[in-house]
Ligand binder design. Structure first.
Ligand code: CP
Ligand code: NVA
Length: 305
């Protein structure tokens, strides 16, 4: 049974297999209508249950479309309209969904819940974001970076802003795929030591935004207020010097690219001229969620890696 709760579940070989598969499959259906299944329909007859305890646009639609393009179907649920929302346990929900569906994708708050889902499900479980990590996002990010012609080993990634779940997964990816990530985060909003340790010596935290961005190939940021967090003015004030501005981008390599998992808040974590400017790959990154999810699903079913 292959669960995808964090990037380490797939490891370097699994991640490399996902990226290669995503590139191949994306090229094979270029120009096709989105709703047409891939020619080989490798997951025909499979049903993916998607459970959301938090809002989502990209993860929701890209997983739904991913399983359809692989020949299967989906059932997408807001947890609040299920018995999970009335206190039925994650363990019981896992057993029930396993009886109807072939895989489960869940977006939730406490990471323990995805681990519990995996422990009690007898089908693959995929982490669609928790407070701790967002591995599916990072597969799409790595795909976007590789498509931009940048090799992962030795790459220099700069993260600006909040030390959050997306940063934790980028740090984990750095350790697995041999690139360096330098995060500039203000005191009080830095990643935990455990998250930095996921980088296996390739992740570090600094206070100075220019130091993080200096000589980088990729500049990344995310919302300062993640889902489930209070919209605190003190946090916004502390993070303001970490906004990705065009002036800050001049510290990166001239061919550096900008990534953001979205949703974005122009004028907070990133200036409009950067996110809507020529170095930004955000639309390719978002579109790549679809191609990445397909390869995550195929990895979970043992078809690749
Ligand atoms: N990036 C991302 O996960 O977007 P959604 O919250 O819209 O799914
Ligand atoms: N860090 C953000 C990512 C959203 C895709 C959050 O958890 O809300």
């Amino acid at each position: 049974m292959r669960h995808f709760l964090n990037l380490s579940d797939a490891g370097p070989d699994g991640i490399a297999a996902m990226l290669a598969d995503a590139l191949d499959r994306k090229a094979a259906r270029a120009g096709w209508p989105r709703g047409r299944a891939d020619a080989d329909a490798p997951l025909a007859g499979h049903v993916l249950a998607c459970v959301f305890e938090k809002n989502s646009t990209r993860t929701r639609v890209s997983f739904d479309m991913a399983i359809r393009q692989l020949g299967g179907t989906s059932i997408v649920m807001d947890a609040g309209t299920t018995q999970l929302g009335r206190g039925e346990t994650v363990a019981d929900t896992a057993r029930i969904l396993s009886g109807y569906c072939d895989a489960i994708m869940i977006r939730t708050d406490d990471h323990i819940k995805v681990e519990e889902m995996a422990a009690y499900a007898n089908v693959p479980v995929i982490n669609g974001l928790t407070d701790a990590s967002h591995p599916c996002q990072i597969i799409a990010d790595l795909l976007t970076i590789v498509e931009a012609g940048k090799a992962l080993p030795g790459l220099k990634v700069a993260w600006l802003g909040d030390g959050n779940n997306v940063l934790a997964s980028i740090m984990e990816a750095a350790g697995l795929m041999q690139f360096d990530v330098t995060a500039a985060c203000p005191r009080g909003f830095q990643p935990s030591d455990a998250d930095v340790a996921l980088g296996k010596g390739r992740a570090r935290v600094v206070a100075d935004p220019a130091e993080a961005v200096a000589g980088s190939d990729v500049v990344v940021t995310d919302s300062w207020i993640s889902m489930g967090q209070l919209h605190a003015d003190t946090k916004l004030k502390a993070l303001m010097p970490y906004q990705v501005t065009s002036q800050l981008m001049t510290c990166a390599k001239p061919d550096a690219v900008f990534l953001h998992c979205l949703p974005a808040h122009r004028g907070e974590e990133v200036a409009a001229e950067v996110i809507d400017g020529p170095q930004s790959l955000i639309w390719a990154e978002a579109a790549n969620r679809l191609h990445a999810q397909k390869s995550v699903l195929r990895w979970c079913f043992g078809q690749i890696g």
